[in-house]
Design a protein around this ligand. Structure first.
Ligand SMILES: Nc1ncnc2c1ncn2[C@@H]1O[C@H](COP(=O)(O)OP(=O)(O)OP(=O)(O)O)[C@@H](O)[C@H]1O
Ligand SMILES: [Mg+2]
Length: 605
């Protein structure tokens, strides 16, 4: 898609922003109150922790000035209470913050997942053709988790560290300016270096993640094709094939971990410097009578606290980058413009007759490779039309355009005079049924799969539909009958059984326009004959478009359109087209083997 098309999204989809930060802010919008509360609690917890050395200083000062008359405990009552109070406050704040996290975390994840899923639903078939279903599902959950982690990183990691640094530097300034300056300088250098190292390490970490996911993909591919591997006796080959990729993963992992190890060296040395430096400097100050013993203890205590908080900063920055990267990835994959959306003034489609018209339709999947170049055709109400033609001639595309899976570049498709580009898509899909060539089913019960055609249909209606589709018998033969599950996409059924479920589903839907894409291709001739009967009955007065490779299934229809390279080259009834001895005749004779040429010859003579 070209970049100058304005960003359009379906009206029913959530208005997700395309920027990473904006997206995260959007996700958090419903939780502002909770997040503010959490900020307060985290501040309280950090302040509680940082004030402990201050309380200890007060105790030390008290110990120094204790006089003979009162007991130590008596005279230190205030500072001791402060120490106890601070510890209790730290516990309460931190656990309250934990409780908020439990309340908000899963909810936040849920709401992000819901928003992304709702947005994803409105993408056009082209989008789903270009993305693996499993990868999309993985992206959604990954993004939702990462929005959570990003938020907690800021609230529970970075913010408390900031508070700790700020308060301790302020306290130290209070003790002695030089001491404050020294620690402030250390913090500044340490944080900047940690950030810098994290950015340097990120490519390694990303590369490692990429190799991990590549190995994952290789395993998925191999497991999917395990039957191939087995039937070609290539199990050992597959193991050795994977070994190569695992080796790459090991190398990438080691590279990342070595880099992190170097960062740890830096951190340990920086921490030791601060510790020794503070002790030495504070000692000198005390020696010079500039600070008291209490101040000395507090300074050392604060230094230890800062070191403790700072220790994992590089790692936290790294994780933070990773989470933000995940969110950016998810947003980039999912929050793309919707290709096909309802027009702002779209009306519901009303089908009273079922007349279909293609008017000057030009369409290409890829630019400059037109499938249709000005296609014109009218299908009258109630007409049953068969589409035939060589593979790749545009039959499925014709049907896809009618269902508005794709948008023609120019021209119109009209149903009962209404341009389908100007009607609500839901109303179009409610009134046009499709039985696809290779129907896929939900991994739900057979009853639910058939009932999908009409929500709220009762058991009798479902069974009737199944009977008409010749499915009732085999369903009854399965132990759990209509309640049995069919496996992913319906793998536990045979192709023909799956197709009959799809037919039953559409019979229940009973829409005025019916499209069959090789609807009976997976059935044996006997079953097909029975269903053809029922299908003919269901067709009733509907407008029907049937694609078929097996010509016999459409020969009896009212009209046949012969497609060749995106053009309709022949149009008429079966006998008429045979008489023309054109493409249709060739297709028919080729397929019918020895039988038809005779007839064609006899017609000739
Ligand atoms: N999703 C797609 N993206 C790009 N090109 C496509 C896509 N689907 C089909 N085409 C191309 O459009 C042309 C028409 O394909 P279409 O599927 O309509 O043929 P068909 O008549 O249904 O063939 P078949 O009888 O094999 O089902 C073909 O050249 C095909 O390669
Ligand atoms: Mg096709």
């Amino acid at each position: 898609m070209s970049k100058n098309i304005p960003f359009q999204r379906a009206a029913d989809a959530p208005p997700l922003p395309t920027g990473t930060v904006k997206f995260i802010v959007y996700c958090l919008a419903g939780f502002r109150g909770w997040l503010m509360l959490m900020l307060v609690l985290e501040t309280g917890q950090a302040a509680g922790g940082i004030l402990v050395p201050y309380a200890i200083k007060a105790i030390m000062d008290g110990v120094m000035h204790v006089s003979g008359e009162t007991s130590v405990l008596e005279s230190l009552r205030g500072p001791l209470l402060l120490l106890a109070g601070l510890n209790i406050a730290e516990i309460l704040f931190s656990r309250a913050s934990g409780a908020v996290l439990i309340i908000v975390g899963p909810r936040l994840r849920q709401s992000t997942t819901k928003a992304l899923y709702a947005y994803l639903q409105y993408h056009a078939p082209r989008y789903f053709g270009g993305h693996f279903a499993g990868a999309l599902a993985h992206r959604i959950s990954e993004t939702a988790i990462s929005v959570n982690h990003t938020t907690w990183s800021v609230l529970c990691d970075f913010w408390p560290i900031l508070v700790t640094f700020a308060v301790s530097v302020a306290l130290l300034f209070n003790v002695h300016q030089g001491l404050g300056l020294m620690v402030a300088g250390w913090v500044l250098v340490y944080v900047s270096l940690s950030y810098f190292l994290a950015t340097r390490c990120q490519p390694y970490a990303q590369g490692y993640a990429a190799t991990r996911s590549m190995v994952n993909g290789k395993i998925v591919d191999a497991v999917t094709n395990i039957l191939n591997a087995k039937l070609f006796a290539r199990l050992r080959f597959e193991r050795e094939y994977l070994d190569g990729f695992l080796e790459t993963e090991v190398k990438a992992g080691r590279r990342t971990f070595w880099y992190m190890e170097r960062v740890r060296w830096f951190q340990f040395i920086a921490a030791a410097t601060l510790k020794v430096g503070t002790v030495y400097y504070a000692l000198t100050l005390w020696d010079g009578g500039l600070i008291g013993v209490g101040d000395f203890t507090m300074s050392v205590g604060l230094a230890l606290l800062i070191i403790n908080d700072a220790r994992n900063l590089t790692r936290r920055f790294l994780e933070f980058f990773e989470y933000v990267g995940n969110v950016a990835n998810g947003v980039e994959t999912i929050v793309q413009p919707h290709e096909i959306v309802d027009a702002p003034d779209a009306l519901p489609l009303k089908i009273s007759q079922g007349r279909i018209e293609f008017r000057n339709v030009c369409f290409a999947y890829e630019p400059n490779q037109p499938v249709f170049d000005g296609l014109n055709v009218v299908i009258e109400p109630g007409q049953r039309v068969g589409l035939v033609g060589y593979s790749g001639s545009g039959k499925s595309t014709f049907v896809s355009l009618m269902l508005r899976n794709y948008q023609p570049q120019s021209g119109q498709i009209l149903i009962d005079g209404m341009d389908i580009g100007q009607v609500l898509q839901d109303s179009l899909h409610e009134q046009v049924s499709l039985i696809p060539q290779d129907p896929s089913l939900f991994h739900r019960s057979l009853k639910e799969n058939i009932g999908y055609g009409r929500l709220g249909a009762d058991d009798t209606a479902i069974q009737t539909a199944a009977r008409m589709a010749n499915a009732d018998e085999f369903i009854q033969a399965i132990p759990e009958g209509y309640d049995s599950l069919v496996g992913e996409r319906g793998v536990k059924l045979s192709g023909g059984q799956r197709q009959r479920i799809a037919i039953a589903r559409v019979m229940l839907k009973d829409a005025p326009i019916l499209i069959l894409d090789e609807a009976t291709s997976s059935l044996d001739s006997v079953t097909e004959l029975t269903i053809q009967d029922n299908l003919d009955r269901v067709m009733g007065r509907k407008t029907v478009i049937a694609i078929a490779h097996r010509m016999s299934t459409i020969a009896h229809l009212d009209r046949i359109l012969v497609f060749d390279q995106g053009r309709i080259v022949e149009d008429g009834g079966h006998e008429q087209l045979l008489a023309q001895q054109g493409v249709y005749y060739r297709l028919w004779t080729m397929q019918a083997g020895g039988f038809l040429p005779e007839r064609a010859e006899s017609e000739d003579s």
